[in-house]
Design a protein around this ligand. Structure first.
Ligand code: NAP
Length: 407
């Protein structure tokens, strides 16, 4: 009998035979999912000698859901995620027109999956534009529910925009808003900021990491971006005084000892620092928009979106997902790199506490790259590589498991 996973306060309680939901995804999704499921199942089987096993249960979303039910995100899917808590998904097409802006954003909002977690690290042999990609090993925590995701955008000349312009200009501040401006509202709350920053700090504690940085543009937007930083420092002072020290205290002569060091960087400076001195950073906490830019830029340094995993974690549900889209031109060609979903699966296994299986996959994937047996996206950038299909790359990882497990 398989069991439901329970997630409490962002932490999973998992039996040896848990039910995990999957959304295959649109476009390249089915190819990638098939390869990924095989890798995940083989790793669990090998790591635990058959004592643990995931019971996969499919839920529908995207084009497959629309074709079968007439809805892009059926209520049953929402009910199942609520009940079974843990899911992994391939990419989904954003329906053009209709009420849903993006299914991915909808899922994050429905389940309040406030932490978008993206580990970005380089695997030996992956083609990279950087001289020293090995210096990159950073996990980004991007806030998923506020900022531009929860903001409002009012069109130039609309009644709402005109009213807001009139209201703001009535404050008689130093500046006046121009007539016919489009207006965007960017909300950042204390609760939203602190719960995200708390996740980042707890992650650093769990992983034994020593640095957490808050990324913001507080020099310009003092009461949104600046407050994000201030609320982070306040949280640390109130709840983590025994575990975290600030960079500023160290500059004043305090010793870090075993404590995690909390710092902050202006977003534009963070971009150049990640290019020039990435090894000075370990965990970054960002608001939504900065995190969006920063996570893709970071992924580009270590091999691109084809192997960039992600997770969206809330208090009671978690959804792990590929960070790339449906790449429709490659749909059904068994061609693309399944690495993004496979590594999202690695994150999911770690979240479940199944670290042995997670580590086995990482090592086997690294071995496949080391042997230069790769999909087209890497093959075109590597000298003397063997071109594999999506399914063949998955199989290569499975084949490597016995090699790396024996080491
Ligand atoms: P995309 O699907 O990510 O594809 C853009 C390009 O990225 C591809 O043409 C390919 O580049 C490369 N790529 C993506 N996935 C790859 C993989 N697994 N292996 C190797 N290369 C890969 O972006 P898009 O074309 O802008 O978006 C298409 C659809 O996906 C849209 O409907 C969009 O809304 C949706 N989308 C969904 C998600 C999600 O579900 N999380 C995220 C983003 C976009 P080359 O052709 O240069 O090889």
């Amino acid at each position: 009998m398989a069991d439901k996973v329970i997630i409490k306060d962002g932490k999973a309680e998992v039996s040896d035979n848990p039910i995990v939901l999957f959304i295959e995804g649109d476009g390249i999704g089915p190819d990638i999912w098939k390869a990924s499921q095989r890798v995940l199942d083989s790793a669990v089987e090998i790591a635990y000698g058959g004592k643990k096993k995931i019971e996969w249960q499919e839920i529908l979303a995207g084009e497959k859901a629309f074709d079968q039910t007439g809805e892009w995100l059926p209520q049953k899917t929402i009910d199942d995620i609520k009940e079974y808590s843990l899911a992994i998904k391939g990419p989904l097409t954003t329906p053009v027109g209709g009420g849903i802006r993006s299914l991915n954003v909808a899922l994050r909002q429905i389940f309040d999956l406030f932490a978008c977690v993206r580990p970005v690290k380089w695997y030996q042999g992956v083609p990279s534009p950087m001289k020293r990609p090995d210096k990159f090993d950073i996990t980004l925590f991007r806030e998923n529910t506020e900022d531009v995701y929860a903001g409002f955008d009012f069109e130039s000349g609309s009644e709402e925009a005109n009213k807001i312009i009139e209201l703001v200009n009535s404050f008689n501040l130093e500046k006046q808003l121009r007539d016919l401006s489009g207006i965007g509202i960017k909300p950042i709350s204390k609760m939203g900021s602190q719960r995200l920053i708390k996740s980042a700090i707890d992650y650093a504690i769990k992983k034994g990491l020593k640095k957490v940085h808050l990324i913001h543009k507080g020099n310009i937007m003092k009461y949104t971006e600046g407050s994000f930083r201030d609320w982070g420092y306040e949280l640390v002072k109130e709840k983590y005084a025994d575990k975290v020290i600030t960079e500023e205290e160290i500059w004043d002569g305090a010793e870090a000892g075993d404590k995690i060091v909390l710092g902050n960087r202006i977003a534009d400076s963070a971009f150049q620092q990640l290019l020039l001195r990435p090894d000075e950073y370990q965990v970054l906490a960002t608001m939504n928009l900065n995190g969006d830019f920063l996570s893709d830029a970071a992924a580009a340094q270590v091999g691109g979106l084809g192997i960039a995993p992600g997770a969206n974690i809330g208090y009671e549900q978690a959804i792990f997902e590929a960070t790339h889209g449906t790449a429709p031109k490659y749909a059904g060609l068994d061609k693309v790199n399944p690495g993004s979903v496979i590594l999202s699966g690695v994150m999911m296994l770690e979240f479940m506490g199944w670290d042995e299986a997670a580590s086995l996959i990482e090592k086997a994937l690294e071995k496949a790259i080391e042997k230069k047996t790769v999909t087209y996206d890497f093959e075109r950038q590597m000298e003397g590589a063997t071109l594999l299909k999506c399914s063949e790359f998955g199989q290569a990882i499975v084949d490597n498991m016995s090699l790396v497990a024996a080491v």
